[in-house]
Design a protein around this ligand. Structure first.
Ligand code: KMH
Ligand code: ZN
Length: 272
């Protein structure tokens, strides 16, 4: 089995300091949390940005400053800025980080419930995001929140409207109102992947650790972080993203899977 790539989703757009005081907002906090995750074993950081007061934003210049600060704190790390942003943002707003030519970015693969809101990713929106990633030579991380999202992503690439093989997917399971975080759902998705594709699994909320374990033993990769889950274990909040990554590393070691550094992750993801 390949080494395990751990992604840390350190901030998100919805979780706040009221949920967990370790959620980073400022540039310094973002660099600190990314640094802790990286030191613990994360090769990839999934990045959302906030104003200093915690308001989610997709502002290009805020992304520029935060991505630079994370690069300094985490030499060689792979950055995956979000083009999902927060529910209700326009496609133009969301696309701003792609103007910075990151090596990867998220591409969300369908409209779905997202907590109390609706996260809009209709086909024209997906096509626009796919075209932008082709033009700017960005490898998408195709985010699938529902079982049908995988087929939508494959169809987009098949029609030449988004980057194709080798494709990389993130199966985000357990978002309220979307596909639950079950091994059955994950297995159903993995079985439909084209040859050569790579995948990560993200379990949201209480699905976080079962999905991490499943990803490790099924040969995929794993995302953890405060964006998805604020608890280290039931009733115990994580003190940092680093603690969440440390737990993923412990699980992997117990299950016999080695951890990939950024260079190995670049090779596995065909970025190198
Ligand atoms: N904040 C969610 C509405 C992504 O980063 O691409 C969308 C999200 C997905 O987090
Ligand atoms: Zn995200």
């Amino acid at each position: 089995m390949e080494k395990l790539i751990i992604t840390a989703a350190i901030c998100g757009a919805e979780v706040t300091k009221a949920h967990n005081p370790a959620v980073p907002y400022t540039v310094a906090e973002m660099a600190r949390e990314a640094g802790r995750a990286f030191s613990a074993g994360a090769a990839v950081i999934h990045v959302h940005v906030r104003e200093d007061d915690g308001t989610p934003t997709q502002d290009r210049e805020r992304f520029r400053v935060v991505l630079d600060a994370i690069r300094t704190a985490c030499p060689g790390v792979i950055l995956i800025p979000s083009t999902g942003g927060a529910v209700g943002m326009t496609p133009a707003e969301r696309l701003q980080p792609t103007e910075l030519f990151p090596e990867m970015a998220t591409l969300d693969c369908g409209t779905c419930n997202f907590g109390g809101g609706i996260f809009v990713n209709d086909l024209p929106t997906m096509e626009a995001f796919g075209r932008r990633m082709l033009e700017n030579h960005i490898k998408p991380e195709y985010e699938c929140f529902e079982l049908g999202h995988l087929a939508a992503a494959l169809d987009l690439a098949e029609r030449g409207l988004a980057p194709g093989a080798p494709m990389h997917f993130n199966f985000v399971l357990g978002v309220p109102g979307c596909a639950p975080a079950t091994v059955g759902n994950l297995d159903h998705l993995v079985r439909q992947l084209p040859a050569g594709a790579t995948w990560t699994v993200t379990g949201v909320g209480r699905g976080a650790w079962p999905m991490a374990a499943a990803g490790i033993i099924m040969g995929g990769h794993v995302r953890v972080g405060l964006e998805d889950n604020i608890y280290l274990e039931k009733g115990r909040k994580a003190a940092s993203n680093g603690e969440l990554v440390e737990k993923a590393v412990r699980l992997a070691r117990e299950l016999g899977r080695e951890i990939a550094g950024p260079d190995e992750a670049r090779r596995i993801l065909s970025l190198a």
